[in-house]
Each structure stands twice: as C-alpha cells, then as structure tokens.
Ligand binder design. Structure first.
Ligand SMILES: NC(=O)C1=CN([C@@H]2O[C@H](COP(=O)(O)OP(=O)(O)OC[C@H]3O[C@@H](n4cnc5c(N)ncnc54)[C@H](OP(=O)(O)O)[C@@H]3O)[C@@H](O)[C@H]2O)C=CC1
Ligand SMILES: CCCCCCCCCCCCCCCC(=O)[C@@H](N)CO
Length: 343
C-alpha cells in the first residue's frame, strides 16, 4: 500500500519543491518592500474628485501631508474641506488635524504642473508618494471621435503623467533612504481593449510601457512604480461617461456592476504601501492581472507563482469572453444599419 503511494508522492513533492525554488530564485532581484505614508508628503493629481479624493482622505487620516492637484479651484476648495472633515471624524480624541493643501494646475501643460509641484514641495517638503489619479475619457466609436478628442485624451492621460513625473522626480529622489512610490492610474481598459474606448485604452495601455521602463531606471533609488487597474467605478467622471457611451460599450463592459470609489481607493493605498507593481481592485481584476502579467516585474512571490500556474487556464476563459463579445457586436451591427436606412 505505502509502496504504491510512496513513489508518486515523492516525485510530486520533489517537483513542487523544484518549482518553488525556481520561482524564489527568479523573484529575488525585485523583492516586495513596505512603503510608509505616515508623516510623509503625498501628492495626488486628480485629488479633487472620485478615487483620488478618497485616497487623499484615507492618506490624510493615516497622517500623510497631502497635496491635491487639479484644474478647478472650487472643486479643490471643496475637496480640502471634505478631507479635513473626514480626518476630524476619523481621528477622534483630538489627534493631529489633517494637513492638506491644494494647487490648481493643468497636467497637460508642463509649466503649469511644474509650478504646482514646486509650490507643494516648498509647503510640505520632499515627496514620498506620488499618486497620479487625474484622467478623462471620451467614450465613443473611433469614427465618431475627432483628432482633437484623441489629443485631449492622450495629452491628459499619458502626457499628463509624463509631465507630472518629470516635475516631481527630483523631489522624490531627494526623499533619500525610505522607499518612495509613483502610482499611476491605468484601468481594466488598459489591460484589454473594449469597444468605444480607442483613445482611452491607447492612453492607458501606454502607461504600462512607461511604468515598466521607469521601474528599471528607478529601482536603485528605491522608488517603486505601481499601476492601478480599476473596473468601472462610481465617480463623477464615470457618471458623465455613462450618459453618452455607445450601447455596445455598456453591454460589453457591464458584466459586473461598478465598484464604489472608496473600495478602489482602499485597494490602491494597500497596494502602493506594499510596493505592488500591479494593483487590482476585486477578484475579476486579480484574474485579469494574472492573465495580463506579460514580461513585467512581479515583487510578490505568491503572485509570481499564481501567474505561472493559472495564466493558461485564464487564457481559455478569456477566449470564451472574446467569443461572446464578438457575437454581441456582430448581432447589433445589422440593427444599427437598418435603423439608419429607415431615416
Ligand atoms: N471611474 C472609473 O470608472 C474608472 C476610472 N479610472 C481612472 O482612475 C482615475 C480617477 O478616475 P475618477 O475618480 O473616475 O476621476 P474623476 O473624473 O471623478 O476626476 C478626475 C480628476 O482629475 C482631474 N483632472 C482632469 N483633467 C485634469 C487636467 N488636465 N489637469 C489636472 N487635473 C485634471 C479632475 O479635476 P479638474 O477637472 O478640476 O481638473 C478631477 O480631480 C482616472 O485616471 C481614470 O481614468 C480607471 C478605471 C475606471
Ligand atoms: C479571465 C479574466 C476575466 C476578466 C474579465 C474582465 C472584463 C473586463 C471588462 C473591461 C471593462 C472596462 C472598464 C473600463 C473602466 C474605465 O476605465 C472607465 N469607466 C473610465 O471612464
């Protein structure tokens, strides 16, 4: 009896051990690291609304000095009040009050965002964490978008990140010693293309290339890059998008219901504090991130193992989903054409 089971058990055990050792060996160069936020200066672009605002609230309540950057001064002033009030409620018994400043700037314009960063650094010191949560979307078919629409999306979502990082990097490097973080907001639409998101997806996929290169260039300075991939999230921005998005976009992306912005903010903050390269927000996001792990870095040992073991199966699931999506698209097309003919 034992002899019959003994051999397979030993073989499987040895293979498992070999597998674990191999992954540990491959994983060694980019270990996970804890990034503290208490007592540090965090700059949040897009911090006046949606997910960025929730992150600012959480970080301020944990004792970070928070600088919010966005264009609209009134939204910024309201956001400052919201953060201050949130901290008053959270930090019971007269803890330290929120330290929050606001800076009006347009990330599309390097001079504008550079001035905001310089002012924030002079008010609150070197930057420990940079959260790039600004972003816009124009959701419609490629043929219905103008070249100016594309410029607006790419200039905000891609070049806005480049401009802000260019301005902030010298001040992040100056935080010498303690690990620092640069976290960019991609999207699930930055992992898979979805009907209607051509400009948006192009800008969000691009952030991944930026982050993978920057991580290699900044690892020796102890700066960790993170990419956040939220699903649809209930924010003022998304509510606007929903009013005009093509029916097909809503159908294809509507498999799961939208998350709330506080849950996405909590996932983001936990992920960036753990120095994760990919930050996902729910189980579906975890699956999508495993599937799309590609050739990027992976500081988490157990996630590296999960990628190796589960990616193939997820690819099968993904092919089924694509099959459904294309079926829905092709079914709806003749209807659209007929509708046009009747006019
Ligand atoms: N909500 C969602 O469904 C999802 C969102 N995301 C991404 O997450 C991030 C946050 O999204 P969400 O919370 O919905 O955003 P919101 O639309 O609610 O807020 C966007 C923020 O960015 C600021 N902003 C926009 N353009 C500029 C600019 N040119 N210069 C400076 N600031 C700017 C806005 O302020 P102001 O207008 O005053 O400048 C505002 O503070 C974005 O990058 C978005 O693409 C990813 C996946 C899903
Ligand atoms: C095997 C793995 C299965 C996983 C299935 C994943 C399905 C992905 C659907 C993508 C939806 C796109 C959301 C865009 C959100 C966004 O960025 C906008 N709301 C911004 O306005």
């Amino acid at each position: 009896m034992w002899a019959a089971w003994g051999v397979p058990v030993v073989v499987v055990g040895a293979l498992a051990l070999l597998f674990v050792s191999l992954i540990v060996y491959l994983w060694l160069p980019l270990r996970a690291v804890a990034i503290p936020i208490k007592g540090r200066h965090m700059v949040v672009t897009g911090g006046s609304s949606g997910i960025g605002l929730e992150i600012a609230k959480l970080a301020a309540a944990e004792g970070a000095r928070v600088s919010l950057v966005a264009r609209d001064e009134r939204k910024l002033a309201d956001a400052k009040n919201v953060v201050t009030e949130y901290c008053r409620q959270q930090v019971k018994g007269g803890g330290a009050p929120a330290q929050v400043n606001t800076y009006s700037a347009d990330v599309k314009n390097f001079g504008s965002v550079n001035a905001a960063i310089e002012a924030a650094v002079s008010d609150s010191g070197v930057i420990g964490v940079l959260v790039l949560s600004h972003g816009i979307s124009v959701v419609s078919r490629f043929e219905d978008q103008t070249v100016q629409d594309f410029d607006h999306v790419i200039d905000t979502n891609l070049k806005g990140n480049i401009h802000t990082i260019k301005a902030a990097l010298p001040h992040i490097k100056a935080s010498n010693g303690a690990p620092a973080s640069i976290s960019m907001f991609s999207s699930q639409a930055g992992q898979v293309g979805v009907y209607g998101y051509a400009a948006y997806s192009a800008s969000k996929f691009a952030l991944r290339g930026l982050a993978e290169c920057l991580q290699q260039e900044l690892i020796d300075r102890n700066i960790r890059l993170s990419l956040v991939y939220p699903p649809d999230t209930m924010t003022p921005g998304y509510v606007e998008d929903q009013k005009t998005m093509p029916e097909l976009t809503a159908k294809l992306s509507g498999s799961s219901k939208a998350m709330d912005s506080m849950s996405v903010a909590r996932a983001t903050l936990a992920g960036l504090k753990a120095g994760n390269f990919h930050i996902y927000c729910n189980l579906e996001g975890f699956a999508l991130s495993l599937l799309c792990s590609g050739m990027g870095p992976q500081p988490s040992l157990w996630k590296a193992m999960a990628e190796v073991l589960i990616m193939g199966v997820l690819r099968v699931v993904a092919l089924f989903i694509q099959r459904d999506w294309y079926a829905v698209i092709l079914q709806s097309k003749p209807k659209e054409a007929q509708a046009k003919k009747t006019h």
